[in-house]
Design a protein. Structure first.
Length: 345
């Protein structure tokens, strides 16, 4: 007896019916459903000749797809709102700036910063020098300048943050470099100007009136008393300081060359070990770190004032590649070179 003659097969197939077989009208599930044309399957007891296709009629059926196969439309991606122009006055004790490392390394800010110390001491670190501010000292730092700020315990004063979008019509124009001075006898008038400026920007933002107050602030910055020099309690010897200054000048001129630090030390009549010791005593950082800061500062200047591509800037400043420049710039400023250029312009 053959397998097909077995009596248990006469009543139809023993397999479990497929779930894709149409069961009356299609049922719409949670997922997507597709219309297909399927052939009607006759009952097990009905004999249909294989050559007679007229008995097989097409029917409409719905195949229900599971949720995992359904097409979902993703929500619209979030877009960050553009940075709005602002003006803020902060207490000095609440303002600190720099990288998260210890000690904090200089980083750029998108706003103009005015720092005014009335009591105590404030420490400012720029890529090539450090500044100790005492009572009455004022520093104006233009947007895009790398610096680190750390108020000491008990320090008091004011910090004004001004967006560059508010200053294109200021006359006389605000300084384009770091400006140092002392409030002196004009301290009361300067404080009144700062308060009126913030009040105008907060309560009734009138652009013409705001420009007038900014003009007055810029004028008062040109009339500051000469800055005072606050020397740290302990400082390096003069020969070491002179050596470091000579090294920084030579390194700035050789940024794009392939010369090593040992070659530069030899040109200065010293060794790399002695040069490192002098840099640490004077600047608190090794010679290679100071050279790294020089490259970043020069790259920021080129991004602000030229149209050279980041790849060309990396090549001219001695970086291994554009990726190397981008990684170093993001670590120092928190932004890519392209984003920094767009924001500064």
């Amino acid at each position: 007896m053959s397998l097909w003659d077995h009596s248990s097969w006469k009543g139809g197939f023993l397999f479990t019916p497929t779930r894709l077989r149409p069961q009356g009208r299609g049922v719409k599930g949670q997922g997507g459903d597709i219309d297909v044309t399927a052939a009607h399957v006759p009952d097990a007891g009905t004999h249909v000749p294989r050559h007679d296709e007229s008995k097989v009629a097409p029917v409409q059926a719905r195949i229900v797809l599971p949720d995992a196969m359904a097409v979902r439309v993703a929500p619209a991606s979030r877009r960050f709102a553009p940075r709005t122009a602002s003006l803020r006055l902060l207490p000095l004790a609440a303002f600190s700036w720099g990288s998260r490392s210890l000690p904090a390394q200089p980083r750029t800010r998108p706003e103009h910063v005015l720092v005014w110390v009335t009591e105590g001491v404030m420490r400012l670190d720029f890529p090539r020098r450090g500044v100790v501010m005492g009572p009455g000292d004022i520093r104006y730092i233009p947007a895009g300048t790398a610096f680190a700020a750390k108020p000491q315990q008990g320090a008091q004063g004011h910090v004004l943050l001004v967006s560059p979008e508010l200053t294109p019509e200021v006359d006389p124009p605000l300084p384009t470099t770091v400006t140092a001075g002392c409030a002196g006898k004009g301290a009361a008038a300067l404080l009144g100007t700062l308060r009126e400026l913030v009040e105008e920007a907060t309560n009734a933002p009138d652009r013409k009136a705001l420009n007038c107050h900014l003009n007055l602030l810029s004028l008062r910055l040109t009339r500051l008393d000469p800055a005072r020099d606050h020397h740290p309690a302990a400082g390096p010897a003069l020969p070491d300081r002179s050596l470091v200054e000579q090294f920084l000048t030579l390194a700035a001129a050789e940024l794009g060359s392939c010369r090593t630090l040992a070659d530069l030390a030899q040109d200065l009549g010293t060794t790399l070990t002695q040069l490192d010791r002098a840099c640490i005593e004077t600047k608190g950082r090794r010679a290679v770190e100071l050279t790294h800061e020089l490259r970043l500062e020069r790259a920021a200047e080129m991004l602000r004032h030229t149209d050279r591509t980041p790849a060309r800037i990396a090549q001219e400043l001695g970086y291994a590649s554009q990726t190397h420049l981008t990684r170093a710039f993001v670590e120092a400023t928190g932004r890519t070179p392209e984003a920094y250029r767009l924001q500064m312009r």
